[in-house]
Write a protein that binds this ligand. Sequence first.
Ligand SMILES: Nc1ncnc2c1ncn2[C@@H]1O[C@H](COP(=O)(O)OP(=O)(O)OP(=O)(O)O)[C@@H](O)[C@H]1O
Ligand SMILES: O=C(O)c1ccc[n+]([C@@H]2O[C@H](COP(=O)([O-])O)[C@@H](O)[C@H]2O)c1
Length: 194
Amino acid sequence: MKKVGLYFGTFNPIHIGHLVIANHMVEFSDLDEVWFVVTPQSPFKTKKALLDNHHRYEMVYEATKEYPKLRPCKIEFDLPQPNYTVNTLVHLDEKYPSGYSFSLIMGEDNLKSLHKWKNYETILENYNIYVYPRISEGAVESQFTQHRSIHHVNAPIMEISSTFIRKEHKKGKNIKPMLPPEVWTYMDEMNFYR
Ligand SMILES: Nc1ncnc2c1ncn2[C@@H]1O[C@H](COP(=O)(O)OP(=O)(O)OP(=O)(O)O)[C@@H](O)[C@H]1O
Ligand SMILES: O=C(O)c1ccc[n+]([C@@H]2O[C@H](COP(=O)([O-])O)[C@@H](O)[C@H]2O)c1
């Protein structure tokens, strides 16, 4: 049975914060692989400045191609939008009926809003969630603090965001060290976020 951690995000673009977390999860938890699930439309986000799905996927592909345990995943491209994670999980279980066991990966910031996710109780009943630390406001709801499906992994804190990268790149600042080199090259050649 292959244990797969699903790391959902818009990845607009993927940056080294994402990559460090995913690699840490795969090296220091019982997960065998991490799949970056590129989300066309996150339920809590607007589509502003959102690159086409295929470009975001391509950047995830470029960022992960030298890491055999990290993989890009486009399963949500053909699912209804906005993309509710619970629907995607059902779809993945149908597509991979045996040999795979899926879990979620999320930052502590997302755990703080998990009670607003569609059918979050169903998610917790059926899937484990691996949580990494993240600096953020607010508190984790008490229902989640001792939950049997929630596992904390002490990954490094990397406070980089795609929003910052897009904004500062547009202003002409050098944001190259925050991106995997292949992503920087692709983004630069394609003139993204200018
Ligand atoms: N530096 C980081 N360290 C750890 N987790 C992160 C980091 N940046 C984003 N994440 C988390 O990774 C997941 C995927 O990231 P996503 O691309 O959706 O967000 P983002 O990088 O914050 O983008 P944006 O700034 O465009 O909102 C989200 O759950 C997000 O909270
Ligand atoms: O299913 C939901 O209700 C739901 C609500 C908010 C976010 N999500 C998922 O969590 C991912 C990260 O969310 P965000 O807003 O931090 O980018 C996003 O890409 C979605 O796949 C899912």
